[in-house]
Design a protein around this ligand. Sequence first.
Ligand code: BMA
Length: 315
Amino acid sequence: MSQPVVYVKSKENIVQRYEGNPIITKEDIPAAAKGVYNSGCIKTTEGKYVMLCRVETPSMKQLIWPADSDDGINFTPRPEPIKMPDTDDFKEYTAGMYYDPRVTLIEGTYYVVFACHSGHSCRLGLMESPDMKEFKWKGFITETDNRNGVLFPEKINGLYARLDRPNTGDGAGYMWVSYSPDLIHWGQSSAVAMTQDEWGWKKNGPGAVPIKTDKGWLVIYHAVNVQCAAQYVYHLGVMLLDLKDPSKVIARAKAPILSPVKEYELHGLTYAVVFTCGAVLEDDGEVKIYYGGADTVQCLATAKLDDLVDACFNR
Ligand code: BMA
């Protein structure tokens, strides 16, 4: 390790797990399922919460299944998942594997970015919705070997902006930012945040939609450390990116804000995973962090926005 580990007492327990976790399980879905996890979530302009559940079927295909809530805690899945296009192109590049949806409201329209997995590896797809009821497929927005795409909630310097996590040659994987005039064609890409010595050794991927603060864009992300027997452990962390140039990291917490310790985070279809695809900032400064536990159940935790920002500065 090239840098000393920094211990940050003040960050302990800034994230509180919801005592009723998990908030959605496979039993809640009106279809056979192996798990519900890594779901995106947004509070609509009407003040309702819509979760886009990642549902894994018994044949290990994935569905994106909307669920509604008035309080952001108790969700009712709709009768059907989102209908995906029945085209050769969509089937070729998804093979029934589309997952980890992140939903962003930009200028009155909802956009959903999600991973599309096939024999061509993973790329990102885009849907749009006027109301979180009807969803329209827009197309693939990356070439292969990219994942964890999430759109910023506003244009930056006149362009749409996206964080994602391309695979790097050594398999480490870290966050990049790209820009687009139309959400379909992307470029001006640059690296944002590399892996780190303390705990985010591998796979540093953006999680929830970035939250705008006066200190910068707050990004809740995931990263992996590796235990013996090559066991990956997924944690959540926070960092702040420059408001005008999000390739610049302003501050980054040196310890995770959430690590898998609960039974429902440790044991499931995958061992030891907490993984977020959505967070909602409430008017009182509370952030609801929606996260998947052990690739099996959907969970909720809360934190104060100010504490998350403070955590980035390790104070
Ligand atoms: C990542 C993604 C996530 C998953 C995580 C842990 O690569 O596929 O959907 O939660 O691995 O298995």
